[in-house]
Design a protein around this ligand. Structure first.
Ligand code: PSV
Ligand code: MN
Length: 391
C-alpha cells in the first residue's frame, strides 16, 4: 500500500502565504523576529527554501497592498529563478480608514466603489502575473444590533461580487472565504459556508467557496462541510491553520491532526467519484497562518509536514474495508478502519517520498543545520514591519 500512494503524495501541492513569513502579532503586542523578511523578495527567498526542503510548495499567495511591487515582471522572474510561481491574489479591503464600517457592504457607494476598484486592480494584477485564483475575504459586518440593514448589505455584497466576477478572465476562479466573527462581533456579512455558497452559486461555475479551517465555531464538523461542498462542485480551496479557541492561526495539524486527517479522508473519498473528481483535482491547498512567537520558516516547514502526514494517512484508509463495514452497519468496525489509518506511522514513507522528490528526508533537521536562520537574522536584522498584521 505504501508504494501505491507515493505518486499521490508527490503530486500534493501546498501554497504558502507571503504574510506567514512577515512579522505578526496580536492586538496586544507584535514581537518582531530577527530575520523576518522586509520585502516580498525576502518572503520569496524564505518560501523557496521551504519548497526546496519539502518538495511540495512551488507557489506563494500574495496580499495586495502588503506585497505590492513596482515591477511584477521582475518579481515573477525572481520567483521563477527560485522554482516558485505567484499563486492566489488576495485583495485587502479591511485596513484602510475608509473601511471602518465595511467595504463592499458599506452604506456609502463611494467607499463600495473604492473596494470594488481595488478588487478589479487585483484581477488585473492576477492576469499580469498569470495567477488564476482571486481569493476574497471581507471583514465586513456590524458590532451592534441595529447598526445597519443586514439585507441591504447582502445585496451590496452580491452587486460587488458580480462586478468583479464579470471582469475575471475565463481561466480565473473566485474563491469566497467566510468567517463567523472578527473583526465584526454582532454579525459578519459572510458568516458561514452557506452564505459563501449562495453567492458562489449565484455568480457561476468559476466562483467557489474557500474553507479557512480556523473560521468555525467550536465543535463544527468541518469535514462534513467539505464533503457537502465537493459534492456540489463548490469547494475551491482551503486556508489551513489550527485553532484552540477562535481564529488562532496556529500551525495546521498542531492542535487537532485527526480533524485534518478526516478532512483529507472526505476529499480522497470524493475524488474517487467521477462526478467529483474535477472539483477535487482543482482544490487549492493554501496555508493561512500567523507565527507570532514561533520561528516562522521552521513553523512553515512543520506545517507542510503536518499536512503531508494527514494526507498520507488519509490515503492509507482501506476503503474496501470501510465500504464493507458500512454495508454491514458495523459502526465500530467502520470507525476502526479510519483509526487504523490514522495511527499508522507515515514518517519513514514521507522521508522516502521527499528524498525521491529531491527534497530533504528530514526538512526540520536540515533547516536547523543549514545556518539559514542565523544568516538572515544577521543580514536582515529585526525589522519593525514587513507586511501583514503588524499591530
Ligand atoms: C482573515 O482572518 C483571513 O483568514 C483572510 O484569509 C485574510 O486574507 C487572512 O486571514 C490574512 O491573514
Ligand atoms: Mn484565511
Amino acid at each position: 500500500m505504501a508504494n501505491e500512494i507515493k505518486p499521490a503524495l508527490k503530486a500534493l501541492r501546498i501554497e504558502l502565504p507571503s504574510w506567514g513569513f512577515g512579522n505578526s502579532g496580536t492586538r496586544f503586542k507584535v514581537f518582531p523576529q530577527a530575520g523576518a523578511p522586509r520585502t516580498l523578495y525576502e518572503k520569496l527567498e524564505d518560501a523557496a527554501l521551504v519548497n526546496q526542503l519539502t518538495g511540495t510548495c512551488p507557489s506563494v499567495a500574495i496580499h495586495i497592498p502588503w506585497d505590492r511591487v513596482d515591477d511584477w515582471s521582475k518579481t515573477i522572474a525572481y520567483a521563477r529563478e527560485r522554482g516558485l510561481a505567484i499563486g492566489a491574489v488576495n485583495p485587502n479591503v479591511f485596513q484602510d480608514e475608509e473601511y471602518k464600517f465595511g467595504s463592499v457592504c458599506h452604506r456609502d457607494p463611494g467607499i463600495r466603489r473604492r473596494a470594488i476598484d481595488h478588487m478589479l486592480e487585483c484581477v488585473a494584477i492576477a492576469k499580469q502575473i498569470g495567477s488564476t485564483v482571486l481569493s476574497l475575504w471581507f471583514a465586513d459586518g456590524t458590532n451592534y444590533a441595529g447598526q445597519d440593514d443586514i439585507r441591504a448589505r447582502k445585496a451590496r455584497m452580491a452587486d460587488a461580487l458580480a462586478e468583479v466576477y464579470a471582469a475575471m478572465p475565463d481561466a480565473m476562479r473566485m474563491l469566497i472565504e467566510y468567517k463567523f466573527f472578527e473583526p465584526a462581533f454582532y454579525h459578519t456579512d459572510l458568516a458561514d459556508w452557506g452564505m459563501s455558497f449562495w453567492h458562489a452559486t449565484r455568480l457561476g461555475s468559476r466562483a467557489q467557496v474557500l474553507v479557512d479551517t480556523g473560521h468555525h465555531a467550536q465543535g463544527t464538523n468541518i469535514e462534513h462541510i467539505v464533503a457537502f461542498l465537493i459534492d456540489e462542485g463548490k469547494l475551491g480551496g482551503f486556508h489551513f491553520n489550527n485553532r484552540k479557541y477562535a481564529d488562532d492561526d496556529l500551525m495546521v495539524g498542531s492542535v487537532n491532526p485527526y480533524e485534518l486527517f478526516l478532512i483529507f479522508h472526505e476529499i480522497i473519498s470524493a475524488g474517487r467519484d467521477p462526478r467529483c473528481a474535477t472539483t477535487v483535482q482543482n482544490i487549492a491547498y493554501m496555508l493561512d497562518q500567523s507565527h507570532n512567537i514561533e520561528p516562522k520558516v521552521e513553523a512553515t516547514i512543520q506545517s507542510v509536514l503536518n499536512v503531508q502526514s494527514a494526507y498520507a494517512k488519509a490515503l492509507l484508509v482501506d476503503r474496501d474495508a470501510l465500504v464493507d463495514a458500512q454495508a454491514r452497519d458495523d459502526v465500530l468496525g467502520a470507525n476502526r478502519v479510519l483509526q487504523n489509518a490514522f495511527e499508522t506511522d507515515v514518517r519513514p514513507l514521507l522521508a522516502d517520498v521527499r528524498q525521491e522528490l529531491g527534497a530533504a528526508r528530514d526538512p526540520i533537521a536540515t533547516y536547523r543545520a543549514s545556518g539559514y536562520a542565523e544568516r538572515v537574522a544577521r543580514e536582515r536584522g529585526r525589522a519593525k514591519s514587513g507586511g501583514g498584521y503588524t499591530g
